[in-house]
Ligand binder design. Structure first.
Ligand SMILES: NC(=O)c1ccc[n+]([C@@H]2O[C@H](COP(=O)([O-])OP(=O)(O)OC[C@H]3O[C@@H](n4cnc5c(N)ncnc54)[C@H](OP(=O)(O)O)[C@@H]3O)[C@@H](O)[C@H]2O)c1
Length: 258
């Protein structure tokens, strides 16, 4: 299927920030074809059914669920095959899939689980899909990271969130930020654009049901806020901050230091 629409793949899009991003992009314009990435097709189809039941007459862009588990090479390869045979390219890759380990376990297990998704998965997915991004005239990759991965903020005594726990998660997002920096450097050679994005502290399923309640009680933001920011970024409203300034792009404005 040859198409003039912008082909956007969002990983981890059956929940939280990824789900809201699909909804916000679809409502914003008819000019996208949105691929709702989920670990299983059942989850992807359930998410699409939920979106359609709530927002159906406001959806302008088409949405297709797609199975992609960023820790599973076969699902990454089947995504690549699907994109190649259906569109021949990929225009926007939003690497949003992420985990925090909240159950008690050994540090080594925590590190392996966290890095497997947040770092190794992100690197492998982009590397596998790069030949398809290179077929786009406006290729963009956005890594949904976190200011918690900022080494500079970690050591800033004035940083308001310095006591948030989670060394393993912070380490993974610092590594993801380095991945974004390396890919920005490499992709410039052929015209691709890359950024690392801080979505803010949001009410999502990232830390389970208890975490969700804690987030609501603690005043966390709606996941619609980073979704709106991602729409603005794709609409070209924050080009200098997103693709040129050095740092972690904040959902509201400017960049955080690496
Ligand atoms: N919420 C915040 O306050 C916050 C702050 C800073 C950064 N972030 C980042 O934002 C991103 C989205 O998280 P969220 O807050 O929206 O949490 P969420 O509601 O838990 O969404 C995370 C998504 O990632 C998916 N996922 C997990 N492991 C995966 C894998 N191996 N392959 C594919 N998908 C996988 C989840 O799928 P399942 O439903 O199957 O588990 C889910 O769809 C994450 O990268 C997170 O680190 C969030």
């Amino acid at each position: 299927m040859s198409t003039d629409k912008t082909i956007v793949l969002v990983t981890g899009a059956n929940s939280g920030i990824g789900l809201e991003t699909i909804i916000a992009l679809s409502k914003s314009s008819p000019n996208y074809h949105l691929l709702l990435g989920a670990r299983s097709l059942d989850k992807g189809n359930a998410a699409l059914a939920q979106i359609q039941s709530i927002h159906n007459n406001q959806l302008l862009s088409s949405i297709t669920p797609i199975q992609i588990d960023v820790t599973s090479l076969p699902t990454i390869e089947s995504t690549k095959t699907y994109l190649a045979s259906t569109f021949g390219r990929l225009d926007v890759l939003i690497q949003n899939a992420g985990v925090i380990v909240t159950h008690p376990c050994h540090t080594l297990k925590n590190l392996r689980t966290t890095f497997e998704t947040n770092v190794f998965g992100a690197k492998v997915v982009t590397d596998e899909l790069t030949p398809l991004l290179q077929k786009s005239t406006n290729a963009r990759v956005i890594y949904v990271s976190s200011e918690q991965g900022s080494i500079t903020l970690r050591l800033d005594p004035e940083y308001p969130y310095k006591d948030v726990p989670g060394t393993e998660y912070k380490m993974s997002k610092a590594a993801l930020n380095m991945l974004a920096a390396c890919h920005r450097y490499d992709f410039r050679k052929w015209g691709g654009k890359v950024t690392s994005f801080n979505p803010g502290w949001c009410v999502t399923n990232l830390t389970g049901e208890t975490g969700r309640k804690m987030r609501i009680e603690g005043g966390a933001r709606s996941a619609e806020d980073p979704a709106k920011a991602l729409v603005a970024i794709l609409e070209g409203k924050r080009d200098k901050e997103a693709w040129e300034d050095s740092g972690i792009l904040d959902l509201d404005a400017g960049v955080h230091p690496w």
